[in-house]
Write a protein that binds this ligand. Structure first.
Ligand code: ZN
Ligand code: ZN
Length: 296
């Protein structure tokens, strides 16, 4: 049996910059074709709203508003507020929960929450009050928000949170600071980029897990997309599993695809190429995810 701990589907296609055609229907077809029993599913977060219309290299950061329920998207180069209003992710999270309602046995939805102190408490309260049974946890994306998690004063939940990790952003200490305070389980995406400090967290903090999504792309870009010393030690895609198991142990690692960035054919073939003993395979393929998603 195989569960995917990290998959994205597009809602609001015209507003999305990458793979807007990869919808829930596409994901379900692929899960069937590749025998994925269940997936953690999130919205595709690459909204054009988070890019500056003047120049898409400009950095847009999320800022708090003095009004609760309102956040700002601010271009650091133009020094201008580009958006001021409610969390733009809410309508797409609602579409996600609605779309999967006929398939509740196949998905663990993670709701994407924009990183503003002026909106987070209201967003979490809104979802908890109205849809407590329709979602599993939250996705936090410091890179898209261009804001470290250490700036979030309080995340009022004990549900699992899936956190993006990167080599350029977010800075590791910001993720570490959040992980040390958070009471629920934490799923670090993208093998934590093999960052030694994130590896340490996953090894030593009982509530921290780490996913392998997408091992195909992490291997292709291993020199620049992963951190030393593992970026040069990794010589084959299967080494991603080998070194994670060696460093963290087999109980905290989660198979993930990051579709539509990764693809099932490659991610599954890499998992198999690691030639894991059956009990280790089962933990990484689905048992660890079941533990990681527990809360309450
Ligand atoms: Zn700008
Ligand atoms: Zn992702």
């Amino acid at each position: 049996m195989l569960f995917d701990s990290h998959a994205h589907v597009a809602f609001g296609a015209k507003d999305i910059r990458f793979r807007p055609e990869y919808t829930l229907e596409t994901l379900i077809d692929e899960m069937d074709r590749f025998h994925i029993a269940k997936s953690v599913v999130m919205i595709n977060p690459l909204f054009k709203l988070f890019k500056c219309p003047k120049d898409n290299k400009h950095k847009i950061t999320v800022q708090d508003s003095e009004n609760s329920g309102v956040l700002k998207l601010y271009c650091l180069q133009c020094q201008k507020v580009l958006y001021e209003g409610p969390d733009p992710m809410r309508e797409f999270n609602l579409e996600l929960m609605d779309a999967i309602s006929g398939y509740s046995d196949r998905f663990f939805p993670m709701l994407t929450v924009t990183l503003a102190n002026s909106t987070i408490p209201g967003e979490v309260e809104f979802y908890e009050k109205n849809y407590p049974k329709l979602f599993t946890g939250y996705k936090l994306h410091p890179r898209i928000c261009f804001r470290g998690l250490d700036e979030i004063s309080f995340f009022p939940s004990n549900r699992p949170v899936l956190i993006h990790t990167g080599v350029d952003y977010p800075p590791t200490p910001t993720n570490v600071a959040f992980a040390k305070k958070y009471k629920g389980n934490i799923l670090l995406a993208h093998a934590g980029r093999f960052d030694p400090d994130l590896i340490f967290l996953a090894k030593n903090f009982p509530n921290v897990y780490i996913d392998t999504a997408p091992s195909s792309l992490m291997f292709k870009g291993h020199i620049t997309d992963l951190l030393p010393p593992f970026n040069t030690l990794i010589e084959s895609p299967a080494d991603i599993y080998k070194y994670l198991i060696q460093e963290i142990g087999e109980d905290k690692i989660l198979f993930g695809s990051d579709v539509p960035w990764g693809n099932y054919e490659d991610e599954i073939s890499i998992l198999h190429s690691a030639n894991l003993p059956q009990d280790v395979y089962e933990k990484i393929a689905y048992r660890n995810l079941i533990s990681a998603l527990k809360f309450g």
